[in-house]
Design a binder for this molecule. Structure first.
Ligand code: SAH
Ligand code: DHB
Ligand code: MG
Length: 223
């Protein structure tokens, strides 16, 4: 880790210290995830709180998350739901889904959160068959090669004003590598290409640094 990355991490600690109340539930979630051997690729506390604030700004009653892991971002988002609201989160790996369920139970959010286990492309088409209502906010944070498909699904489950957020769209600048054969980079670039030609959504991308390194997210609103 170079000096600069160390500073990014320390500044994230500073932000957490100043702006985030001590939170046993969220801290326990990260501890349990680590004990369960999950990869440490959850959003950072500062990013989690941003998701929470964006969902609150939106007044979200229905949230869809693609990519649960241990439920860290899920808990942030679910806490922002308006009363009577619900969150659905999609996770392919059963061990991740089970760990997330325990964390969500401990957070007291079991009534508002449903984890759908299975490959997201399968569960999304099942949701379509069940005539699932549109969502107010959709957070895309699963396997990056499928991001173009997830954007199409997100638009399917949107209405006017739906917020669509996608994580990890910069990846240390890898997004610039046009000839990269890495499926994740290809997925991200196709996601941007789709956004460029898609007239139904207005979007921007913001580059970020912090304890999770140099990355970025897309923020869009459906017209
Ligand atoms: N949103 C989480 C991090 C998600 S990491 C947080 O910030 O706390 C990405 C997750 O997507 C992993 O748990 C991985 O198992 C899951 N995933 C990968 N491929 C998937 C697929 N095809 N369908 C659903 N989930 C998938
Ligand atoms: C990966 C996935 C993520 O959602 C993330 O935030 C970081 C890394 C990954 O698949 O490597
Ligand atoms: Mg992510």
């Amino acid at each position: 880790m170079d000096d600069l990355e160390q500073v990014w991490g320390k500044v994230d600690e500073y932000i957490k210290d100043k702006l985030m109340a001590k939170d046993d539930v969220l801290e326990q979630t990260l501890i349990k995830n680590k004990q369960a051997g999950l990869p440490e690729i959850d959003v950072s506390p500062a990013q989690g709180k941003l998701l929470y604030l964006l969902a609150k700004t939106k007044g979200a009653k229905r949230i869809l998350e693609i990519g649960t892991l241990g439920g860290y971002s899920t808990i942030w988002l679910a806490r922002a739901l308006e009363s009577g609201g619900e969150l659905m989160t999609l996770e392919a790996v059963s061990h991740h889904a089970e760990t997330a369920q325990q964390n969500i139970d401990r957070a007291g959010l079991a009534e508002r959160v449903t984890i759908l286990q299975g490959k997201a492309l399968d569960t999304l088409s099942q949701l379509k068959e069940q005539d699932t209502l549109p969502f107010d906010l959709i957070f895309i944070d699963a396997d990056k090669p499928n991001n173009p498909q997830y954007l199409k699904w997100a638009l399917h489950f949107s209405k006017k004003g739906t917020v669509i957020i996608a994580d990890n769209v910069v990846r240390n600048g890898a997004v610039l590598h046009a000839s990269d054969q890495d499926e994740r980079v290809k997925g991200t670039r196709e996601f941007f290409d789709l956004l460029k030609q898609e007239s139904r959504i207005e979007a921007t991308a913001i580059q970020t640094v912090g304890e999770k390194g140099y990355d970025g997210f897309i923020y869009g609103i459906v017209k």
